[in-house]
Design a protein around this ligand. Structure first.
Ligand code: ZN
Length: 328
């Protein structure tokens, strides 16, 4: 039996060791790690390192791009076919053919033209317009659980092959005159290890949905294909968190535990931040209470390792379709 999915929440704790997915800036030869303030479950303030939701959204969008590129049934606009950050604004043909169209018609044409812009959201600004599409997928900060996360800074050297005095002064002059970086250099690079708290939410009912006309611009089959691609891309985001410094500091993904909650009617998929230790039990209790409000509408699945998460996504791919909103 296939279950309609209205919304889906992923709440999890990845254990990531020795990564620098969250480098934000450089001061001299010191690379800075992004730090944020959070309040823990006992109301105490902590300063911990964190990876921004933008980074995870970008990782997910890139996985979705690769899935869509490999599937001729998933349309991409000219911008997204090259993973251009301007997306449909870089599609000159789209911009030309929607010139003079109403905002509602422009959104419908965008939804038909590009699965990536449909799912990730876009602000169409080209041609002096401002037509928004709100993203179907949302990520929160992936933030260190207080007391279970640490950042250290490590010393690195870029060695020069030849260090004779004439070569050193030549390199120094080149560095000053042209900005090239030929000389020997020292730098400090951070690596963080810890248990992180991640939240992600998918509004599956909105896939292909024009928020202005309150109608779907693509058919049920296309919506099912896009839902499938989105769920797959979210799975890959946690399996392979891409990001900064991966060439030398790819993260050790030690474990992934968490919960996936889904709703099959217009109610939110319950979620509790994994910054709280008992988040999975809390979510199960909320689902239990929801049975008294909207029986059968919400379900929660928990997992203790990466494969458990993959199994839940595989189960949902095999047994669900996106919910269809219908207004009389
Ligand atoms: Zn696009």
């Amino acid at each position: 039996m296939t279950t309609p999915l209205y919304s889906l929440s992923i709440t999890d704790r990845p254990t990531l060791d020795l990564h620098s997915l969250n480098n934000e800036s450089r001061e001299g030869n010191q690379i800075q790690t992004r730090m944020v303030n959070v309040i823990d479950q006992r109301g105490e303030l902590h300063n911990v390192n964190a990876i921004s939701g933008d980074m995870f959204k970008h990782i997910q969008a890139e996985h979705l791009f690769h899935i869509a590129k490999a599937n001729p049934d998933l349309p991409l606009c000219a911008g997204c076919r090259e993973f251009n950050a301007n997306r449909i604004n870089a599609d000159t043909d789209f911009i030309a053919r929607t010139k003079g169209m109403s905002d509602a018609d422009t959104v419908s044409e965008m939804l038909r033209t590009c699965a990536l812009d449909d799912i990730e959201g876009i602000l169409i600004t080209e041609g002096n317009r401002s037509v928004p599409r709100k993203s179907v997928v949302e990520f929160g900060w992936v933030v260190g659980v207080p007391g279970s996360v640490e950042t250290d800074s490590y010393f690195h050297v870029k060695y020069a092959n030849e260090r004779g005095s004439s070569r050193r002064s030549e390199d120094r002059e080149a560095t000053q005159s042209s900005g090239s970086n030929l000389g020997q250099a020292i730098f400090h690079r951070p690596a963080s290890s810890g248990i992180y708290a991640a939240v992600c939410h998918l509004e599956l009912a909105r896939i292909g949905f024009n928020d202005i006309t309150q109608e779907y611009a693509v058919d049920a089959n296309q919506r099912a294909l896009r839902t499938r691609a989105l769920l797959e891309s979210v799975l890959y985001t946690f399996m392979q968190p891409k990001g900064a410094m991966r060439s030398a500091q790819a993260p050790h993904l030690v474990n992934l535990e968490g919960a996936v909650s889904v709703s099959s009617a217009p109610v939110p998929a319950p979620t509790v931040s994994p910054l709280k230790d008992e988040y999975r039990e809390q979510m199960a209790r909320v689902v239990g209470t929801m049975e008294r409000i909207t029986p059968g509408a919400t379900t929660v699945y928990t997992f203790d390792e990466m494969n458990g998460f993959a199994e839940i996504i595989a189960y949902l791919l095999e047994n669900s379709v996106p919910y269809e909103m219908r207004y009389a």
